[in-house]
Design a protein around this ligand. Structure first.
Ligand code: NAG
Length: 348
């Protein structure tokens, strides 16, 4: 029989081993989540000839994601068609982009195909139609098989749905998610407007399947920056970032020049770095800044000017990661894993 003293010693031994196990788990989770959470700038390219080559964007070292804009015709039986301004004719193979896409990827830049846009002919007619569009996208752009760019594995699909109908975009997201789970993972992003909730994309956003949400805080006076006043912008940012899940990384979408958004929302790089970013960087699902578009970025050097203040420094990152780690699903993972380990540690 154990003496009372022995029991106490064993109990405290057990609890210190339990603490060690918990500390180890947290350490792994912290390492994991900081490897995932790299913040940066996402850039739209392809709507003006003056926006240069894809290679030249990726060589700046300023960007983490490039969105090729846009696949502007698809769905309801339409023959898919893109609009890349003068870069490629409206609908022809655009194989010259394949080596440039690969160049970007080798340099650590993710390349997404953006669907939709302000001008286009697109909509989905049924869940089956959504499924066939997701198959089309997978086969032509995400599988390495021969498609209109040649053989490429794009890193993701972006939904910038601003017209047509608001139906079945959730089915499209689910269709793509099924494909990425079967084979190679690719990212999904959505670019809603800041007016909450987004008319076209809300149902899709509520699948929570989007790795990135590029909220457009421009051309929307009720939720954008104006005349030095960031209050509406910040309040809308809080609404969005608390609405989506912690694993849906939110980017603040902004015009790269005053003329990029006729109805406003432009923030000078100085104001962004001093009045906006220091606040929003503390949001656990902050991912960085999205810019529309590369053409204005070239003239304004916007990315060059904001690059250093977009990144979250390590002290903020630490507390942010800890918060994210202890939240939502991750918390459940910790307790599930913990419960599995604890019985094994029991000395009795
Ligand atoms: C985010 O987590 C939810 C569970 O809360 C999951 O259903 C969803 O697939 C995840 N999304 C991403 C992009 O990983």
């Amino acid at each position: 029989m154990l003496s009372a003293n022995n029991k106490t010693a064993m109990a405290s031994n057990k609890s210190s081993r339990t603490h060690q196990a918990l500390a180890l788990l947290l350490f792994f989770l912290l390492t994991l989540s900081s490897a995932h959470a790299k913040d940066g700038i996402a850039m739209y390219w392809g709507q003006k000839n003056g926006d240069g080559t894809l290679t030249s964007i990726c060589d700046t070292g300023n960007f983490e994601i490039v969105n090729l804009a846009s696949l502007s015709t698809f769905g309801c039986g339409r023959t898919p068609e893109w609009n890349f301004a003068g870069h490629c004719r409206p609908w022809s193979r655009c194989k010259k982009l394949a080596p440039e896409i690969k160049h970007c990827q080798r340099n650590g830049v993710k390349v997404f195909l953006s669907l939709g846009g302000a001008d286009g002919f697109y909509s989905l007619c049924s869940p089956e139609d959504a499924k066939s569009v997701s198959d089309y996208l997978y086969n032509n752009f995400l599988s390495g098989r021969k498609g209109p760019f040649g053989s490429v594995y794009l890193d993701g699909i972006d939904l910038d749905i601003e017209g047509g109908s608001n139906l079945y975009w959730d089915d499209l997201a689910r269709g793509l998610d099924t494909r990425r789970k079967q084979d190679r993972y690719f990212y999904l992003s959505a670019a809603p407007e800041c007016s909450f909730t987004d008319h076209y994309l809300d149902t899709a956003i509520r699948t929570w399947l989007f790795d990135y949400i590029f909220v457009q805080f421009y051309n929307n006076p009720p939720c954008q920056y104006s005349n030095g006043d960031a209050s509406r912008l910040l309040s809308s940012w809080n609404t969005w970032t608390s609405y989506v899940k912690r694993n849906n990384t939110v980017f603040m979408g902004l015009p790269a020049g005053p003329d990029a958004a006729p109805s406003g929302g432009y923030i000078s790089p100085q104001d962004l770095c001093t009045k906006v970013l220091p606040t929003i960087k503390h949001t656990p699902n902050y991912g960085g800044v999205m810019l529309w578009d590369r053409y204005r970025d070239i003239t304004n050097h916007y990315g060059d000017q904001i690059k250093d203040c977009v990144e979250v420094d390590d002290s903020v990152r630490g507390s942010q990661t800890l918060m994210a780690t202890l939240s939502n699903t991750v918390y459940e993972c910790v307790s599930a894993a913990f419960n599995r380990i604890v019985p094994k540690l029991r000395p009795f």
